[in-house]
Design a binder for this molecule. Sequence first.
Ligand SMILES: Cc1ncc(C[n+]2csc(CCOP(=O)(O)OP(=O)(O)O)c2C)c(N)n1
Ligand SMILES: [Mg+2]
Length: 310
Amino acid sequence: MSLAERLACPVWQDTFSSRAGFPQHHPQFAGHLPWGRSELRSLFAGNDLVLAVGTPAFRLYLYEPGRLTEPTTRVAVVGDDADEVLRSPCDLALLAPPAAVCAQLAERLPQRTGTVVPIHRPSAPAPPPAGEALSAAHVVAALAERLADDTILVEEAPSTRPEILARIATRSPLGFVAVANGALGFGLASAVGLRMTRPDRPVLALLGDGSSTYSIQALWSAAHYGVGVVFVVLGNGRYAVLDQLADSHGAPGAWPSFDSLELAKVAEGMGCESRLIVTHEELLATLDEVLPTLRERQKPLLIDVRVKPS
Ligand SMILES: Cc1ncc(C[n+]2csc(CCOP(=O)(O)OP(=O)(O)O)c2C)c(N)n1
Ligand SMILES: [Mg+2]
């Protein structure tokens, strides 16, 4: 943070990051990098130098032709993972502990001036009209208004991730945990492990319904060992992100939707209490009741919120 403040520059979080490397309520936090080459290239076009700290340059998704950055944008990488540093296409690569390098640079560099365009955070959506389903945005917005700053938010909600990153500012170290390579099954189980090792921190897992099933048996462990995690499941009844990908290629996916899956009942079968939420009033009332218990709670709870696919 001291280096960023010395440089007075925007700070971006890398794509598909499994942690937040910078406080996201800081006025220099600029947002999350896009995962396509062309967007990345134009985003950095006005910058003559990009310094990637503790992350490769650059983790992207789905191939697009072209350069990663314009020729006028030089890239330096500082990291302690030799493989990632070696693989990063850049002008300067430094294999060294990132924190120490940043501290040294901050000491040696003169103070610069500059302003960073404040990040735009969407306002909470209006409640759905009577009889209409909730959207994932309702759930994320309600959480954004209620989570304590030191909450560990475990994310494994593929189609809702952009919504989560846009609405929830991570404010503390370990405040955001996800799996960097996109392999499902980490979220539910890791939330249990995190709460066991950090009982001083509130832990909430925000999960897709499909993703929840990959390590659903961790609910039994949470119940058995008295682990106070709240799992909020976005029950859209499908692999929405894969459906979107299939649609973008002009063909329906080969996989079925699973509207009949009742995760609240599965949780009960594992000895984990559960709630099924359908309306906006139920959502707000349940979060108002449950979230204040997050810090002290000794048993898990799964909240299955029925949402329409986004
Ligand atoms: C172990 C594993 N299997 C399959 C996939 C492919 N995959 C990526 S996203 C996804 C669907 C996730 O569905 P859900 O959790 O319901 O989230 P939604 O897209 O509905 O938001 C799948 C199956 C994967 N990433 N990892
Ligand atoms: Mg889903």
